[in-house]
Write a protein that binds this ligand. Structure first.
Ligand code: NAP
Length: 307
């Protein structure tokens, strides 16, 4: 096997596992906003052993790492070898399985961007998480709990509500059968929630916005429902709330970015956050995995690329 040596800021790994999910469906259907025309390689995140590192890298061949791949440049993680962004990677913490490692980076870096950097949630505040059994939501649920928030998790089936409760949600609501507005009012004593973490968008998010407390915020993460949330700016003005866009991109300052990943690794090492592994697929099952993302099971999907 030959490969081009990693450029500055990259490491090359031999992939064992790669995180998978809804973005793969968006990419293959031409709806992923950050990617141009094909060809490109799928797989936003991957874990494995470093085989080559650029000069001056903080990683060396033989290190076990997980991180975000160069998928935006066409180099995804569903491959024997993948380029990883050095400033979006960590050594795999002790005790983390391959499946947990492969599915760790995107969900938790996004949750950190939402709940720490862009729309900070403080201990004692109430955090409503949409799509809470999905890979973004389940990561945010755990980080929110680790930050001391009271978490209300919203999902679409009894099995998913139990999954969220198992991850530590304080309250669980079914968006298919519960009156979200009435239930949130009941839980919060009529006050509403301080922050909505929204990877779903569409009507569900628009309904949730009605339950924002004064000075509340909605962190807009994605559009699993098919459309981003529509926000009425006059309503924002009259009810004193904010809408915050969140895209998990590295800090300009590489030391600040390394500190983010160190903090996430530390939380994982302490068991405060754990990749909520759901379905594990073989490498030859990637097409089936993509087909199943329109009605995803609970948790983070992972592809086992090699042993
Ligand atoms: N901003 C960023 O940096 C960033 C990073 C990662 C992902 N994202 C985006 O976040 C979105 C979600 O990704 P993901 O990986 O978390 O997807 P996922 O694992 O498929 O989870 C999405 C969840 O949304 C729920 N859902 C779908 N339609 C819904 C609706 N109409 N109402 C309520 N819930 C609904 C589904 O569960 P139920 O069965 O419970 O309905 C599902 O569990 C995508 O748009 C992705 O591109 C953004």
């Amino acid at each position: 096997m030959t490969w081009a040596p990693p450029s500055s800021g990259q490491v090359l790994i031999r992939v064992r596992t790669a995180g998978a999910g809804f973005p793969d469906l968006m990419m293959t259907s031409g709806q992923f906003p950050l990617l141009g025309a094909p060809p490109f390689g799928l797989g936003e995140e991957a874990a494995g052993e470093v085989v080559a590192a650029a000069p001056g890298s903080r990683f060396s061949p033989g290190d076990q790492v997980t991180g975000i791949t160069g998928f935006l440049e066409g180099w995804g993680g569903y491959a024997e070898y993948a380029y990883i962004r050095e400033n979006s990677a960590i050594r795999i913490p002790r005790g983390m399985t391959d499946e947990e490692a492969g599915g760790f980076p995107i969900g938790f870096r996004t949750a950190y961007a939402g709940l720490v950097e862009r729309a900070p949630v403080h201990s004692g505040q109430t955090l409503l998480i949409l799509g809470a059994a999905g890979s973004s939501g389940a990561a945010a649920l755990q980080l929110g709990k680790a930050l001391g928030a009271t978490v209300i998790a919203v999902a679409g089936s009894q099995e998913k509500l139990e999954f969220c409760a198992g991850l530590g949600a304080d309250h669980v609501l079914n968006h298919r059968t519960d009156d979200l507005t009435a239930r949130i009012a009941e839980i919060t004593g009529g006050r509403g929630v301080d922050l909505i973490y929204d990877p779903v968008g569409g009507d569900t998010a628009a309904t949730a916005v009605k339950s924002l407390a004064r000075n509340g915020r909605i962190a807009m993460i994605g559009l699993a429902s098919g459309a981003p949330v529509k926000i009425d700016s006059m309503d924002m003005l009259l009810r004193n709330y904010s809408a915050v866009g969140v895209l998990a991109v590295p800090n300009d300052d590489p030391d600040a970015e390394t500190a983010v990943w160190d903090r996430l690794a530390d939380l994982a090492q302490k068991g405060a956050i754990t990749t909520p592994v759901g379905q594990v697929y073989g490498f030859d099952e990637v097409p089936r995995m993509i087909g199943e993302q329109s009605a995803p099971a609970a948790g983070k999907s992972v592809v086992r690329v090699s042993s």
